[in-house]
Each structure stands twice: as structure tokens, then as C-alpha cells.
Design a protein around this ligand. Structure first.
Ligand SMILES: *[C@@H]1O[C@H](CO)[C@@H](O)[C@H](O)[C@H]1NC(C)=O
Ligand SMILES: *[C@@H]1O[C@H](CO)[C@@H](O)[C@H](O)[C@H]1NC(C)=O
Length: 183
């Protein structure tokens, strides 16, 4: 039996996406055929990670108004752009931090700029995890408070929260001014 394939647009964009729980449930639980049909189609397409979620969300009437155009990543591209952005290093640290992005790429393995992020932003000590409000153990010279944890969903604002909230506000202003970002 042939399935009809009525998708108005296949879309490519950043493969780096932040997905809501309700959209992922739509993709996984499968009460609608679209996510499954597109999955079969994109199985045979190169760089399908740049198209799958965008095509599903932009062709789903109940989700297409919920897309926000921003991948929250700091990158430096050549002009004209090459296949990949620059490797970021300590010369890029200040700009990267000022950008208000939550993520960045690309980095060389063990690049010193990664230690700067650990030390200055995450307050993460060598061989320990990044501390957060979820750490519930005793804090002492001998023990790492993060060796025990409480509620892992607790979020406590860190040093970069102001910049990050500006980023989100700008994205949402953009979104409010033309809510269908698929076109
Ligand atoms: C999405 O936006 C369009 C245009 O503003 C509107 O007509 C439609 O009802 C919206 N869909 C949902 C599910 O909110
Ligand atoms: C960082 O990378 C840029 C090229 O992307 C280079 O010009 C600069 O010298 C590098 N800085 C350090 C400290 O390695």
C-alpha cells in the first residue's frame, strides 16, 4: 500500500536544536504519522540531522507556531563561511562570554579555553563535576558536596544569567513579531 506523502516543505537549518517535552512526545509516541513518515524519508538523506526536526515541526499545525529561531550557540565563521566554524581559543573567551550564548563550538580537545570556562563560569574544580543547587552533600575540605544529590531539577542562576536572559528576551521579541518562524 502506498502512503501519501503530503509535506509542504522540507527545511534545513542548524542541527543544534532545543526540543520541548511535548514536541518530543509527539515525535516518539506517534499518534500522528508525520514524524514516522519523515523519519523513513530522512533515513536516506545526507545530513538529515539538519532537516528532520525542522521539517517535522514546521509541517505540524499544532507545533509550527512554537519554533524560535536561534540555536543558542556562539560560533565564529569565516567570510565567506567554510564547512565548519573556527576552533575557539582563549583569544575568543571574552567575546564568547559577552555573547550571552548558552553553548559554543568548536573546541579542540583539552584546549585551555575550556579550563577557563570550567574555572570562571562553572566553578568546576579539576576532576569534579560542575557544582549546582542539586548538590546536597556536606561541603568540607575532604568531601565534594556533589557526591550526593537532591532534586536534580533545581536550577540556581549562575553568573551568566543576566546575559543569557537578554539573549532569550531578544529571541522572544523576534518570535512575537512574526510568530511563524518556519517561513
Ligand atoms: C498559528 O498561527 C497562525 C497564524 O498566526 C494561526 O492562524 C493558527 O491558528 C496558529 N495555530 C495554532 C495551533 O495556534
Ligand atoms: C586563536 O585562533 C585564532 C584563529 O582563529 C588565531 O588568530 C589566534 O592567534 C589564536 N589565539 C591563541 C592564543 O592561540
Amino acid at each position: 500500500m502506498l502512503h501519501s506523502f503530503s509535506v509542504s516543505c522540507l527545511i534545513a537549518g542548524s542541527p543544534w536544536v532545543v526540543l520541548s517535552r511535548s514536541f518530543l512526545e509527539f515525535c516518539i509516541i506517534g499518534w500522528d504519522n508525520l514524524p514516522r513518515t519523515l523519519l523513513m524519508y530522512f533515513n536516506n538523506v545526507m545530513l538529515s540531522e539538519e532537516s528532520y526536526f525542522l521539517s517535522v515541526i514546521c509541517n505540524s499545525p499544532e507545533f509550527k507556531n512554537t519554533t524560535v529561531n536561534g540555536d543558542l550557540r556562539y560560533m565564529i565563521w569565516d567570510n565567506p563561511p567554510k564547512m565548519e566554524p573556527h576552533f575557539l581559543n582563549i583569544s575568543d573567551y571574552d567575546q564568547m562570554v559577552q555573547s550571552g550564548a548558552a553553548f559554543a563550538r568548536m573546541f579542540r580537545e583539552n584546549d585551555p579555553v575550556l579550563d577557563m570556562v570550567d574555572e570562571k563560569i562553572l566553578k568546576r574544580k579539576r576532576k569534579e563535576v560542575a557544582p549546582g543547587a542539586w548538590c546536597s552533600g556536606w561541603k568540607s575540605r575532604w568531601s565534594d558536596p556533589c557526591s550526593q544529590w537532591g532534586d536534580v531539577n533545581v536550577v540556581k542562576a549562575g553568573r551568566q544569567v543576566k546575559k543569557f536572559s537578554e539573549t532569550i528576551t531578544n529571541l522572544l521579541d523576534d518570535w512575537n513579531s512574526h510568530s511563524n518562524q518556519c517561513t
